[in-house]
Write a protein that binds this ligand. Structure first.
Ligand code: SF4
Ligand code: SF4
Length: 457
C-alpha cells in the first residue's frame, strides 16, 4: 500500500468517524461557520453517498489544506488524523519550495533578519515586491513581512540572557523564556517587553537555545523536520526544568503546541504506565481535556485502543508529558504572581480604551483571560473582550499569506472582523502575533500584544 493510499485512507477514516452511517454528526452544524474543513468534508461525504463515486484524491488534498489547526473542533484525535493525512500527502507529493520556505519559520526568520539591510530598501520598489511575492506564492494583497535588523535572539545574546542564570538565591524566581519565531524574528519588541516586565519585577530571565515549536511545519505536513526540532526543544527545555526554571511562552501557539498537542496519546504509553505504577491489569488514564485528573481502567478491555500510536509517538512519551506539564503561558504566570502580590504592573496609558481578542490557541489552553484580568484589576482602565468561544482570525500562521488560502483566511475571520469593527475607537490587543498580522491587514491599524502596553509601577 503506497503512501498515496495511506493519505486517502486517513481522510476516509475521518469521514467514517465524523459522518457515515454510524459516524458522529456533531460538527455538521456546530462547525458550520468557523471552520472550512468540516462543511467541505460533509459536502464531499454526502456527494459520494449520493453518487456512489468516491471523492477524488485532489478533492481530499484540497480538503486537508483547509484545516489551519486552530484547535476549535471538539476532538483531538480528528485533528491528529488531519495532521497524519497532511504528512502522508507531503510525503507523496513534495510541497513547492515556496511552501517549504514559508513554513520553516526559523529559517525564514534567520534569513530575513540577516539580510534585512538589503531587503528593506528593495521592499520599497514595487517590481521587486511583486516578484518576491510571486516567488514566495504570497497573495498580491498581502504586505511582505518586515524583518528587523536585529532578532530578539541576537539582542538577548548581547544582553547576556542566553547564558544560564547562576547561583540564584532560593527565593529569587527564574524563568526560561521561549519566545517563539514570530516574536523572535518578526516582532522582537514583544519579546523585549516580556523580558523588561519580568526583570522589572525581579524575575531572572534565561533565553535558552530554541527551535521553532513546529506548528507551521506540521500544518504543511513536514513531520520529519518537525520531529528533529521538537527533539532539540525537548532536550534544552528538559534541562531548564531540571535546573529549576519556570518555562514560559508569550506565544499562544507555542504554548498550545507544548501543552496540548505534543502530549497527545503519551499517557497511554508503557513508559507512563510503568512510571504511574498502574499495575499489570489496569491502566491509569487522564479524564477530561485538561489531563489534570486520572482514573484507572481495566487493561484487558482498553489496551487495544488506548495506545501511544499517534503523530508524535516517535518521541519519548515521558519527555512530552513532562514538558506539557511544565510550560506556562506568560500571561498565566504573571497573573498567578499578580494574585499573590508578587507582581508590580501598570498600563503605560491607563485611560486608553482597549479591545482584547483571545486567540484560539490561547482559549484552548483553558487558562481564562489572564491579561484581561490583570488589566481590569488596575484602576481607571477600560478594556473589553471581543470575540466568542468559536471566533478565529483565520490567519493560520503563515497560511493567510498564501495565494491559495488568502480568501479562505478572510472568510474564516469574517464574523470576528465584524465584532472588532463594532469596537471601533478602541486599541485592539491580542497575544497571538499571527492574529496581529491578520487584523493589521484587515483594519490597517496597529495591533499590540498586551505585554507592550504594560510596565512595572
Ligand atoms: S470532530 Fe468529534 S465531535 Fe466533531 S463530528 Fe468528528 S467525532 Fe463528532
Ligand atoms: S483544527 Fe480548526 S480548522 Fe482544523 S478541523 Fe478543527 S476546527 Fe477546523
Amino acid at each position: 500500500m503506497g503512501m498515496d493510499t495511506d493519505f486517502t485512507s486517513l481522510v476516509l477514516e475521518i469521514f467514517k468517524k465524523c459522518a457515515g452511517r454510524s459516524g458522529c454528526e456533531v460538527c455538521r452544524e456546530h462547525m458550520e461557520e468557523d471552520c472550512l474543513f468540516f462543511p467541505e468534508m460533509y459536502r464531499l461525504h454526502d456527494l459520494a453517498e449520493e453518487t456512489g463515486i468516491p471523492p477524488a484524491e485532489m478533492d481530499l488534498a484540497c480538503l486537508v489544506d483547509l484545516c489551519t489547526l486552530c484547535g476549535l473542533c471538539p476532538c483531538q484525535d480528528i485533528r491528529m488524523l488531519v495532521l497524519k493525512a497532511k504528512a502522508a500527502r507531503a510525503e507523496d507529493k513534495k510541497p513547492p519550495l515556496s511552501t517549504r520556505f514559508l513554513s520553516d519559520a526559523r529559517q525564514a526568520g534567520q534569513w530575513g533578519t540577516a539580510f534585512s539591510a538589503v531587503i528593506h530598501p528593495l521592499n520599497r520598489l514595487n517590481p521587486v515586491t511583486t516578484l518576491a511575492k510571486k516567488f514566495l506564492d504570497i497573495h498580491p494583497q498581502r504586505s511582505l513581512p518586515v524583518f528587523p535588523k536585529t532578532s530578539f535572539f541576537a539582542w538577548a545574546r548581547n544582553r547576556g540572557l542566553t547564558t544560564p542564570v547562576e547561583h540564584t538565591e532560593k527565593d529569587v524566581p527564574k524563568v526560561a523564556y521561549f519566545a517563539g519565531c514570530s516574536a523572535g524574528y518578526l516582532f522582537p519588541d514583544v519579546a523585549k517587553a516580556a523580558v523588561g516586565l519580568l526583570e522589572q519585577n525581579g524575575i531572572q530571565v534565561f533565553v535558552p537555545s530554541q527551535d521553532c515549536c513546529t506548528m507551521p511545519l506540521i500544518i504543511e505536513g513536514n513531520q520529519k523536520t518537525a520531529e528533529k526540532r521538537i527533539q532539540a526543544n525537548l532536550e534544552t527545555l528538559g534541562a531548564c526544568m531540571q535546573d529549576g526554571y519556570d518555562i514560559v511562552c508569550s506565544c499562544p501557539t507555542c504554548g498550545y503546541f507544548f501543552k496540548n498537542l505534543l502530549k497527545e496519546t503519551a499517557y497511554y504509553s508503557e513508559a507512563f504506565q510503568l512510571r504511574a505504577d498502574a499495575g499489570d491489569n489496569r491502566m491509569q488514564v487522564p479524564t477530561g481535556a485538561r489531563n489534570k485528573k486520572f482514573t484507572f481502567v481495566p487493561m484487558g478491555i482498553y489496551k487495544t485502543f488506548l495506545k501511544d500510536d499517534g503523530y508524535f509517538s516517535g518521541i519519548d512519551p515521558l519527555q512530552r508529558i513532562d514538558l506539557s506539564l511544565n510550560v506556562q503561558d506568560l500571561g498565566e504566570y504573571l497573573l498567578a504572581r499578580h494574585k499573590t502580590g508578587q507582581l508590580s504592573i501598570s498600563l503605560k496609558e491607563p485611560g486608553r480604551p482597549l479591545a482584547y481578542f483571545a486567540p484560539c490557541h490561547q482559549r484552548e489552553q483553558h487558562i481564562g483571560h489572564p491579561y484581561v484580568e490583570m488589566i481590569q484589576s488596575l484602576p481607571g482602565t477600560d478594556i473589553i473582550p471581543v470575540g466568542g468561544e468559536m471566533h478565529c482570525c483565520g490567519m493560520g500562521g503563515h497560511l493567510g499569506f498564501k495565494t491559495g488560502f488568502h480568501d479562505h483566511s478572510l472568510a474564516i475571520g469574517g464574523s470576528l472582523f465584524d465584532r472588532l469593527a463594532d469596537a471601533y475607537g478602541r486599541t485592539v490587543i491580542t497575544d497571538c502575533l499571527s492574529c496581529r498580522m491578520q487584523l493589521q491587514h484587515v483594519f490597517s491599524r496597529q495591533v499590540f500584544h498586551p505585554l507592550e502596553l504594560l510596565t512595572a509601577v
